[in-house]
Design a protein around this ligand. Structure first.
Ligand SMILES: C[S@@+](CC[C@H](N)C(=O)[O-])C[C@H]1O[C@@H](n2cnc3c(N)ncnc32)[C@H](O)[C@@H]1O
Length: 374
């Protein structure tokens, strides 16, 4: 189909209400699959509208359930929905919807499997209509990733997708595919959190350096069947044309993970877990080269400051060899014992007998002054 003949919103043939469907098929929600259904058509339509424009789009939907959201995606103009659902009990409802949309020349493709290891290879290629858009252009590809996600897997799914975005893999090989997803409100707050707020953490940095993230609207837990214990937030993520941290994802992920090792403590206490215990020189260099204050807390740092830290860490890994990146933190006790056993170390011409956070802060200050005076 050519772009000029793309169809927009459709009126689906009459379908039973979702509540009737669940009743007819005697489908009770399974807690272990995080099944909380949205049955209210107005809310489902609002959710689909958050993924607009949908006309002619191909949509990957995670966790279709009885298909309420899926219906609305078609009503808003989706050409094809690829639905991934783990629970086969929904097969009759979804196949019923499949027949309806086929009658309107649309396509619902169903995969009854877990979304966790679901491969998108070949899903959006070899289609007559070109769905892709250049990563650097303003235009978005005609592909969407959406889902009223099961709470129990929403975090690992998002983390995998963020890495895929950074590495332009999976659906993001076709361009900056937007995501419209539901999260527990508390987790959504973490994704969107600004500097100096309590919610700021690893998910905030990883999301915001790669995507423009927007809160669309909140849904009360009471709107779900069965009622969810927490409220839910709908978030729209659009990958940025240029990530704000120009460093390969594994290095960013590792540094950020360590930076938030103890979110209420000083950055130096967190960052020392990034380096082998006998390499405090590297820790001091990291602060000195980036002008970062070791006593600040990780929540105070902007994405630009994280970018400086990641770039410096990446440079060190390149010069020091792969052992530095491969170093795994061994726990505070061991770190302290090893450090005490380091008798004398010469760092930037300064002799140190043992290391404490306080003397790393001092050494950093001296190294920063030395850097400034040339
Ligand atoms: C919160 S419900 C949403 C259902 C429906 N989309 C709606 O809006 O009412 C989450 C859905 O994800 C499905 N699910 C749970 N774990 C899954 C997994 N690992 N892979 C795919 N689907 C899964 C559940 O069976 C359920 O249908």
């Amino acid at each position: 189909m050519s772009v000029s003949t793309v169809k927009s919103a459709i009126r689906l043939p009459p379908l039973p209400s979702l509540a009737d469907l669940l009743r007819m098929l005697d489908l009770r929600a399974r807690r272990q699959l995080s099944q909380n259904f949205l049955l209210e058509p107005r809310l489902l339509n609002k959710l689909a509208k958050a993924a607009k424009p949908l006309a002619g789009c191909h949509v990957l939907e995670i966790g279709c359930g009885p298909g309420g959201f899926t219906r609305e995606l078609f009503r808003e103009g989706a050409q094809r929905v690829v639905g991934v659902e783990l629970d086969r009990r929904f097969q009759p409802c979804l196949e019923n919807l499949q027949d309806c949309v086929r009658a309107a020349d649309r396509d619902l493709e169903l995969h009854f499997t877990s979304a966790v290891n679901f491969s998108t290879d070949g899903l959006f290629t070899q289609r007559e209509q070109d769905l892709s858009a250049d990563w650097h252009s303003q235009q978005l590809p005609k592909i969407r990733l959406v889902g009223n996600l099961p709470f129990n897997i929403s975090t690992p799914l998002l983390m995998t997708w963020l890495q895929d975005i950074a590495e332009r893999r999976s659906v993001w090989q076709h361009g900056r595919v937007p995501l419209v997803l539901t999260f527990q409100k508390e987790f959504a707050d973490r994704l969107l959190a600004d500097t100096w707020t309590r919610s700021r953490g690893r998910p905030s940095i990883l999301t915001q350096y790669l995507c423009e993230a927007r809160r669309c609207f909140d849904i009360s837990g009471r709107a779900f069947l069965p009622q969810a214990k927490v409220d839910v937030t709908v978030v729209r993520l659009v990958p940025l044309r240029q990530p704000l941290i120009p460093v390969p994802y594994p290095y960013v992920n590792k540094l950020v993970k360590h930076a938030f090792a103890f979110p209420n403590k000083s950055l130096v206490a967190c960052m020392e877990t990034l380096f082998p215990p006998d390499r405090c020189d590297l820790l001091i260099r990291l602060f000195a080269e980036t002008g970062t204050q070791p006593q600040c807390t990780p929540r105070e740092l902007s994405i630009a400051q994280f970018s400086d830290l990641c770039q410096a860490y990446h440079r060190m890994c390149q010069t020091e060899g792969s052992e530095l990146f491969d170093f795994t933190y061994i726990g505070k006790e061991d770190l302290w014992r090893t450090r005490k056993s380091v008798q004398r170390k010469v760092l930037n011409g300064l002799t140190v007998n043992y290391f404490t956070v306080a003397n790393i802060v001092n050494k950093t200050r001296l190294a920063q002054q030395a850097n400034q005076s040339g």
